[in-house]
Write a protein that binds this ligand. Structure first.
Ligand code: SAM
Length: 268
């Protein structure tokens, strides 16, 4: 009988954010494959977990994956953990899962917290959809391309506090009126979750220490309802006796439509 590979989520800051099932799994497996054994040892100590650890990081993925697969084939159970949050979410583990699949080894996810989902669970956004791209690239032209290409997406990414000011300036250049949410130090003592217009976020971060970990979302641009629907709304408001001025005000507030566009349709 081959063993089972458990993919275990661990906290992103607050050591209380771990499930009972994760603790039981980490206690019961034969080996914990960990991105950084020193970081993992803090968690293991907190929950009196005595299981042996072995490093598994992105620089040794292929070599370490073969070794772990051999152990699984021998019948040992292994848990994969990363430094923080959910493995494979901008963290190593893909090679090991791929090899486990090839060798018909059962993979069991033990879910928990992730920075991306923690931010999304605490901000209001348009629609249910979002696009997560991991870390932004470092090159300005590549960042510009991503930001411009994805203006109709709720675009979520990880960013370093050292680069945040520069990144916000690039966003402002390309998406002048955008709204941005940033979750910094989520689940930790100095947790901060802000949603601001891009220019206000830039001002805010001029006064905020460039420290901690952060996850960001550029909100998607609101799309205009198509012209036919808009004309119907104008007609209905006219029918109720609203003046052009009031119609413009109402649709500006309810549908976020540019006033000149409403005026031109009102008179057409
Ligand atoms: N696997 C992790 C997860 O599930 O969220 C992400 C790992 S990725 C290497 C690390 C990045 O996640 C950090 O640089 C930061 O952008 C984001 N992050 C991790 N912990 C965070 C926290 N407590 N608050 C905000 N962002 C965090």
């Amino acid at each position: 009988m081959t063993g089972i590979l458990y993919v275990v989520s661990t906290p992103i800051g607050n050591l209380g954010d771990i499930t009972l099932r994760a603790i039981e799994t980490l206690k019961s497996v034969d080996l914990i494959a960990s991105e950084d054994t020193r970081t993992t040892s803090i968690l293991l100590e907190k929950y009196s977990i005595k299981t042996k650890t072995e490093s598994y990081h992105k620089f040794s993925e292929s070599k370490k994956a073969s070794k772990i697969i051999e152990l699984l084939k021998e019948g040992l159970n292994v848990a994969l953990v990363s430094d923080a949050g959910t493995p494979l979410i901008s963290d190593p583990g893909g090679v090991l899962i791929g090899e486990a699949n090839k060798n018909n080894i059962k993979v069991v996810p033990i879910g928990g917290i992730s920075a991306v989902i923690t931010l999304l669970s605490s901000i209001q956004k348009e629609g249910e959809d979002f696009k997560f791209i991991g870390f932004l690239p470092r090159i300005k032209a590549q960042i510009e391309e991503i930001i411009t290409k994805n203006q109709n997406e709720n675009l979520v990414f990880y960013e370093s506090p050292k680069r945040i000011q520069e990144t916000l300036e690039i966003i402002k250049e390309k998406r002048t009126n955008s709204l941005i949410s940033i979750g910094r130090e989520l689940t930790k003592k100095f947790e901060e979750i802000k949603t601001l217009k891009i220019e206000d976020m830039i001002e805010f971060y001029k006064l905020t220490p460039k420290k901690g970990e952060m996850v960001c979302m550029i909100h998607k641009e609101k799309t205009d309802p198509d012209e036919t629907i808009l004309k119907e709304k104008i007609k209905a408001l006219k029918g109720c006796g609203f003046s052009q001025k009031d119609t413009v005000k109402i649709l500006e507030i309810t549908d976020n439509i540019n006033k000149n566009r409403i005026k031109s349709l009102y008179n057409s």
